[in-house]
Design a protein around this ligand. Structure first.
Ligand SMILES: [Zn+2]
Length: 288
């Protein structure tokens, strides 16, 4: 588990909480990038797995209290545990409590897309083995297209979407599929960022002094900034490159902070234009 971190955006605070450390296949995460390059930044274990985080963000403002992303949760099967790694005690709820936060305070949970490492902590196994909402007072917001694609199984692998992760909330009518760019609460809205999945949406959080984007998997790692650095799981790699370039361009222009979904060391960054190479790179945002 990594320690929680807090950003003051002006009238809005954002607290970064780990949804659990994972160990995921490095080739899957870095797509076509040769291992000789990526292993310098993300050392692989004997099964070729690299260490990643699953960042979640609690946003508190006058407009409401929402949580972005939920990590893998505690419902992984033994096989999924082999793919995702991590430990059974390191997931969102224990980390949320360790940060001194109360799960009942969350009014809405928002996810960028419905892959298990983002939505697995929405529902949890309770001590009696029942599947119950982790955040008992929250409704749940996801992009409408993403929800449709998950229901239709339009993922790159047959198990890309696991209905157990959200089905109980659909039945309770607590799931709210939202069109692209929907305002979730005042000052927080979806930003359509297709490519990792067709309906992937990042989340823009605007305070009175600055803004931050929770990127989701359009920009998961510090070293993912070049347009062709994609993941093997992206449904549309070329489109993702275009989406990412546009997001970085806008982030540099508007001085947005970028919160990278899986980056273990530098989760909060700024986009910097490199004129010589005509590309955007990331720079760690170290402190207030
Ligand atoms: Zn992910």
């Amino acid at each position: 588990m990594s320690a929680s971190r807090r950003l003051d955006l002006g009238g809005t605070t954002l607290t970064l909480i780990s949804g659990g450390i994972n160990h995921i296949d490095g080739g899957g995460m870095l797509g076509i990038v040769p291992k000789t390059l990526w292993e310098q930044w993300y050392p692989a274990d004997h099964e070729n797995r690299i260490t990643l985080d699953t960042h979640c963000a609690l946003v508190e403002s006058k407009g409401g209290t929402i949580l972005i992303e939920t990590g893998c949760g505690n419902k992984l099967t033994p096989l999924e545990r082999r793919f995702y790694g991590g430990s059974e005690s390191d997931w969102l709820l224990p980390n949320f409590l360790a940060a001194g936060l109360d799960p009942r305070m969350v009014e809405r949970v928002v996810v960028t897309h419905l892959h298990t490492d983002h939505v697995g902590g929405l529902l949890m196994n309770d001590p009696d083995g029942r599947v119950v909402p982790t955040f008992p007072n929250a409704d749940f917001v996801v992009g409408a297209q993403e929800f449709e694609d998950a229901e239709a199984g339009r993922g790159i692998t047959p198990n890309a979407y696991v209905p157990l992760n959200y089905r109980a909330l659909v039945e309770e009518r607590r799931l709210d599929p939202a069109p692209p760019d929907t305002e979730i609460i005042p000052g927080v809205r979806f930003l359509a960022t297709p490519g990792h999945t067709f309906g992937h949406q990042s989340v823009l959080i605007e305070g009175t002094s600055r803004a931050a984007v929770f990127t989701g998997d359009v920009l998961a790692l510090y070293r993912h900034a070049p347009t062709h650095y994609t993941m093997a799981y992206d449904v549309e790699p070329l489109r993702k490159g275009e989406t990412k370039r546009a997001l970085l361009e806008r982030a540099a222009r508007e001085e947005w902070l970028l919160i990278l979904s899986h980056e273990p060391r530098f989760p909060i960054c700024r986009a910097i234009y490199q004129e010589r190479r005509n590309r955007y790179d990331l720079e760690e945002y170290a402190s207030e």
